[in-house]
Ligand binder design. Structure first.
Ligand SMILES: [Zn+2]
Length: 447
């Protein structure tokens, strides 16, 4: 499949000018296009902040483009008037527990009218299914909550669908043909933030646009005061676009680098990068130094082939190595490689815990009480300790009648009961990361 890199054409310019002249653009004016684009630069406006975003070809190829932070296609919001009914409404699509103990994904819809909010929730649910069909999301879905935030748009669909001349004003201002690239679906970041802030917590934000046209964008340099570190935009009605979110969350949760390169970028000359999946080191030196993905070298990787040091990654064709030939961090539709999977699981546990309980830790309990704990990830091992001594007979029991403890001593001297959960997955090998895979809770129990 070819990559569309055409510049904005006269047709788009006309549509844009129409939008601007109609007074529908929010704020000063859109910083659309680049000075080199010609006619658009006559607006002489202060450019809005521009972000590096990622563009995803239908054949899985990934590249980067520039996107303005704002959108010229934001719907006019009535001010000082009663808000639109249902706008900003939050629904839990997946609720596995308290936000503090979970990874909270917020899905915001764009281009859905008041009558289409059920469709939005159905599209959002389908996207979540696409995402969690991929490992390690599949095995760890119990660590996530998914919140759908309704954004009511006055018009159905988004700008640029089906063609460049189509303009629609929507709650988040989504538009194709961003930076002159048809499949690049940009949004107004401030509008996204205002809706995402409605959810109980936002660790990740996914914008689902009401369109079947293939496209999306990855905003991975976003640091929002709301707490999330990335926005992925995807088409709600296009099944391949869910892969965009799979890749994008690799950046925001796994802190992974891109494993693709650009022709002509030259040779990387910098220091060793911080990301876990790119390195200046050859396999031999990596093994000697015991750094980066040294533990995985020579092992069969889920994305195919063997972990090694493949030249090209982090945008440079030479001077930087990646762990495998072609993982999801290089092309859509692929699996994470072993170092990527390890980083993802560690990222999940930065936001979520392997052990929760409906009984608050620190509570005072008696022998008459029943204590239960939840292990959201299957395979998690559980150990129990009383006053620091392990009770091996209770291993892996998630529910206890505290009378079973046969406690003695005065009621005024409670015992400390502790549950320790560990995810034993071999997919995380780094001892520093493995430490995040254990959590404990303690309670006070008197007879
Ligand atoms: Zn990327």
């Amino acid at each position: 499949m070819h990559r569309t890199t055409a510049r904005t054409t006269t047709r788009t310019t006309t549509a844009l000018l129409a939008a601007v002249l109609a007074g529908t653009a929010l704020g000063a004016a859109p910083a659309w296009g680049r000075p080199a684009d010609g006619p658009q630069s006559v607006h002489q406006v202060e450019p809005r902040p521009v972000h590096q975003v990622e563009v995803f070809a239908e054949d899985g190829g990934i590249s980067r483009a520039q996107a303005p932070a704002g959108s010229p296609y934001l719907a006019d919001r009535p001010q000082g008037v009663a808000p639109v009914r249902g706008d900003g409404e939050v629904t839990a699509l997946v609720h596995n527990g308290e936000p503090a103990a979970k990874l909270d994904v917020v899905v915001v819809g764009d281009g859905y009218t008041a009558q289409e909010q059920e469709k939005f929730r159905a599209d959002a649910t389908a996207k979540w299914r696409e995402l969690t069909a991929v490992e390690p999301y599949a095995a760890y879905r119990g660590l996530f909550n998914v919140w759908a935030v309704s954004a009511v748009s006055p018009e159905s669909g988004v700008t640029g669908d089906p063609d460049q001349a189509t303009v629609r004003h929507t709650a988040l201002g989504s538009y194709f043909w961003c930076d002159g690239v048809e499949r690049l679906l940009c949004v107004d970041e401030k509008a996204v933030e205002s809706y995402a802030a409605r959810a109980p917590q936002a660790d990740l934000v996914l914008v689902v646009a009401n369109t079947t046209k293939y496209g999306g964008a990855g905003y991975n340099d976003v640091k929002s005061p709301v707490g999330y570190e990335g926005i992925a935009t995807v088409s709600g009605g296009n099944a391949r676009s869910g892969q965009i979110a799979v890749h994008e969350i690799g950046h925001s949760l796994g802190k992974l680098a891109d494993e693709y390169a650009y022709e002509g970028q030259g040779t990387y000359q910098g220091d060793e990068p911080a990301e876990a999946n790119i390195s200046t080191l050859t396999a031999e030196r990596m093994r000697q130094q015991g750094t980066k993905w040294a533990r995985w070298l020579g092992q069969a990787s889920p994305d195919g082939g063997t972990v090694g040091t493949y030249e090209g990654g982090g945008y440079y064709p030479t001077g930087l190595y990646r762990p495998t030939e072609n993982s999801i961090m290089r092309s859509l539709g692929r699996e994470f490689n072993l170092p990527g999977r390890e980083a993802m699981i560690a990222g999940f546990y930065r936001h979520a815990t392997p052990l929760t309980s409906p009984t608050p830790a620190g509570s005072r309990l008696t022998a008459a009480d029943r204590l239960t704990v939840d292990l959201p990830v299957s395979g998690t091992r559980l150990r129990w300790y009383l006053d620091g001594r392990e009770l091996p007979r209770l291993a892996d029991r998630t529910s206890l009648d505290l009378a079973e403890l046969k406690l003695t001593g005065p009621r005024s001297r409670p015992h400390a009961l502790t549950a320790v959960a560990t995810d034993p997955t071999p997919a995380v090998a780094d001892p520093a990361l493995r430490a995040k895979l254990t959590a404990s809770l303690s309670w006070l129990v008197a007879r």
